[in-house]
Design a protein around this ligand. Structure first.
Ligand SMILES: *Cc1c(COP(=O)(O)O)cnc(C)c1O
Length: 397
């Protein structure tokens, strides 16, 4: 008979097998047990046929990886503790000293900061290209270019590039094409099959923080691929960097995924309604939403996302430049339902003013507007209530 304190750890009771319920179990582990030493030595941490260590996967994280790979139309998935960690993982896995990476000038801001910071420190050069001009990309792909980032649409200025053409250029030059697919969320278009004939990007990265989480309360990223060799490269770097995810965060994602498509469409519809309403207002000179005519790249959006008729619930407006930045700040401060905050895809509508001129290189992508840009992320509130909130805040300009 072992002592009670030992019984608290090694008690022989095992709950019966066969428990089944709507939500998958949350398995938590750093240590994973092997039945014997031979099994421990034989097990391959890279294989999903078994378990070796918490960082390399549990039933909970394997399940989430498979669901995200399916969502994006890929075959393999690596999960990271944030979207930005996924971006840095791709760069560290694929780029070596002396290599060059190309970024669209409207890329997610911290991605530029990584290139100008750590990547530059490691001897990796970056150049910016105009995503709306494929010829600019074609001209900038050089013998040292190993990776090209794309984003559709740009998440502040909303330009929608000719993504199939950008992917084709990368393929023709044998350069890895990575898409930050946070905006499309795996729903608006299939990143691995852009034209129905297998033309696609090589890597689809996603800030699961946004729509898949849907709560504004989880940070997570994913990197999905179709090429096993590319996946293996990413997986090795992922393991060596030790950037795994927590079981509770995986659970939050698994709970939110079943409603992803419903939320995305509802937020899209409300956003389009509000964007159209704002387009009629005299205070606004331009509404930027890829599904609205007049937004740069609208026809590319139509070709790629028209069949699904889907867009993220995200848009920007440019105020008439006779309103100064202070007045526009006051408009944002006067909103009551819209909260001031970064990120998007959650239940609460958000607003952020941006100074776009500071965010891009005027030589690469000149910004034609003088007025302040404000980006809205539409949540799950009633669109009528949001419209009334916008109307009252516009009177405070
Ligand atoms: C939010 C976001 C990221 C980064 O995601 P985090 O989880 O916040 O690090 C990357 N790309 C885009 C387009 C984003 O909107």
């Amino acid at each position: 008979m072992t002592a009670p304190i030992t019984e608290l750890i090694h008690h022989s009771y095992r709950p019966p097998e066969g428990f089944d319920a709507p939500q998958p179990a949350v398995y938590k582990a750093s240590t994973v047990f092997f039945p014997d030493v031979a099994a421990m030595r034989a097990r391959d941490w890279k294989s999903k046929a078994g378990y070796t260590y918490g960082l390399h996967g549990t039933p909970t994280t394997f399940l989430l990886e498979e669901r995200i790979a399916a969502l994006e139309g890929g075959t393999d998935c690596v999960l990271t503790p944030s979207g930005l960690a996924a971006i840095s993982l791709v760069s560290l896995a694929l780029l070596h000293s002396g290599d060059e990476v190309l970024l669209p000038d409207n890329v997610y801001g911290p991605s530029k900061a990584l290139a100008a910071g750590e990547l530059a420190n490691f001897g990796i050069r970056h150049r910016l290209y105009n995503p709306m001009n494929p010829q600019d990309l074609a001209a900038k792909i050089g013998p040292r270019t190993r990776l090209v980032w794309t984003e559709a649409a740009g998440s502040v200025t909303m330009e929608f590039p000719d993504l199939p053409e950008l992917a084709r250029l990368c393929r023709a030059r044998n350069v890895v094409c990575a898409l930050d697919n946070t905006w499309g969320a795996g729903l608006a278009f299939n990143p691995f099959d852009l034209e129905g004939d297998g033309l696609g990007v090589d890597i689809s990265l996603h800030a699961l923080t946004k729509y898949p989480s849907g709560g504004g309360d989880v940070l997570m990223g994913s990197v999905v691929t179709r090429d096993p060799a590319l996946h293996l490269k990413l997986k090795l770097t992922h393991m060596r960097l030790g950037i795994g995810i927590g079981a509770n965060d995986a659970e939050a994602l698994l709970r939110a995924l079943p409603s992803l498509a419903l939320r995305y469409r509802a937020q899209d519809q409300a956003a389009r309604q509000l964007a159209q309403w704002l387009a009629e207002r005299e205070e606004i000179v331009q509404v930027l939403h890829p599904a609205l005519p007049g937004t740069p790249g609208h026809t590319h959006w139509q070709t790629l996302c028209g069949p699904q008729d889907l867009a993220a619930g995200l848009f920007s407006v440019v105020f008439d430049d006779h309103y100064d930045a202070e007045q526009v700040d006051r408009f944002c401060d006067s909103l009551e339902l819209f909260k001031i905050g970064y990120s998007w895809g959650g239940p609460i509508s958000l607003v952020v003013p941006y100074d776009v001129a500071l965010m891009r290189d005027p030589e690469v992508t000149p910004w034609p507007h003088k007025g302040t840009l404000v980006r809205f992320s539409i949540g799950l509130e009633s669109a009528a209530d949001l419209q009334a909130d916008l109307a009252q805040a516009l009177t405070r300009l």
